[in-house]
Design a binder for this molecule. Structure first.
Ligand code: TRP
Length: 332
């Protein structure tokens, strides 16, 4: 029998999901369900490396699950679960901590960034987070790990851990590959087109659950340039703001850059920006409505994450047992 390849990814429920998460990640995941055996989880254990308000974390975790489903991740076809429901993450995380070097962890750019940002709380978890992420991945023996550019270094570290561990104990873990979406799906901030769309710059970030009027306001304020000769033209080097809007418009309408240029030929940003806004609003409308409906159905949500945890823990437990045996723990 031809086994399906396995794909796994996680998002931290540390903020609201936004258009960048959807176009750059979740939308592509939904399209992969047929081809791959897919696991997606809410990485709640990772979020407490920085302080969280407990009630907010709980609410956002469930909201995120509802939004995943509303974005097209069918729980019948994908294994959707909450990280903290699977104790094997913490258990394998500890083991892998012992196979991850201080020097390796010190080189992680996300650690450097986050410790610079949270100087009052540079805790051990923040430092060893990549070992937990390696455990998240390796428990499920995935072939591919779809991540953004910013997480590539962590997947590379995971590969080093696999090499080290398998080098000592034999073929325990499958070597995972990062799966970086093509540049076209990379959504930049509307007010800062040189950096990724991010919830930390809310004025340039379009949230999945945001009201249409608010979305439209953000698009009208999107950064472009002072080109009046041939404004809507794809030139990411010289016109990054416009290129980003074209990317977004292309992603939500399926139109090519050529088609978009033709559509807005001779027109200024006053026509273009609201058109992009409208197209995004229409794409997000059914997602927002569906997510709101799902979130109100607590019994359904619970049934989804319980079924997900049951499926995930079967695989996770199999891997953990093997690891415990290899390192020499007495079987329970
Ligand atoms: N570290 C990822 C992020 O901050 C989230 C994450 C945690 C993840 N565990 C993972 C992603 C495993 C992919 C695979 O975005």
């Amino acid at each position: 029998m031809d086994e399906k390849k396995v794909m796994l990814s996680g998002i931290q429920p540390s903020g609201e999901l936004h258009l960048g998460n959807y176009l750059g990640a979740i939308k592509n995941w939904a399209a992969r369900a047929e081809e791959f055996d897919c696991y997606y989880f809410m990485a709640d254990m990772h979020t407490i490396t920085v302080r969280q308000t407990p009630a907010d974390l709980r609410r956002r975790t469930l909201e995120q699950l509802a939004q995943y489903i509303a974005c097209g991740l069918d729980p019948e076809q994908n294994t959707l679960f909450i990280q903290s429901h699977i104790p094997q993450h913490a258990e394998l995380g500890w083991v892998l901590n012992c196979y991850t070097m201080f020097g390796e962890l010190s080189r992680m750019t996300q650690f450097k960034d986050k410790s610079a940002k949270h100087k009052d709380n540079i805790n051990g978890g923040l430092f060893t987070y990549p070992a937990l992420m390696a455990a998240d991945i390796l428990l499920y023996q995935p072939d591919f790990v779809p991540v953004g550019e910013d997480q590539k270094q962590h997947v590379e570290l995971t590969r080093n851990i696999v090499q080290r561990f398998n080098g000592i104990y034999g073929d325990v873990f499958k070597m995972p590959e990062p799966y970086i979406p093509k540049a076209g799906a990379r959504v930049m901030g509307l007010t800062s087109p040189d950096s990724k769309m991010s919830k930390s710059t809310p004025e340039g970030c379009v949230f999945l659950m945001e009201a249409p009027e608010s979305i439209q306001k953000k698009f009208k304020r999107a950064v472009t340039d002072s080109d009046t000769v041939d404004p809507v033209r794809y030139d990411p080097i010289n016109k990054p703001g416009v290129a980003n809007l074209m990317n977004i418009y292309s992603a939500v309408t399926g139109k090519s850059f050529h088609e978009i240029e033709a559509e807005f030929a001779g027109q200024g940003y006053g026509r273009f920006k609201p058109a992009v806004g409208d197209a995004v609003i229409e794409t997000l409308r059914p997602i927002r409505e569906e997510a709101t409906r799902i979130l109100a159905d607590k019994a359904y949500l619970e049934s989804v994450y319980k079924a997900g945890a049951e499926k995930a823990s079967y695989t996770a437990n199999k891997t953990l047992r093997k690891v415990y045996k290899k390192v020499g723990f007495v079987p329970r």
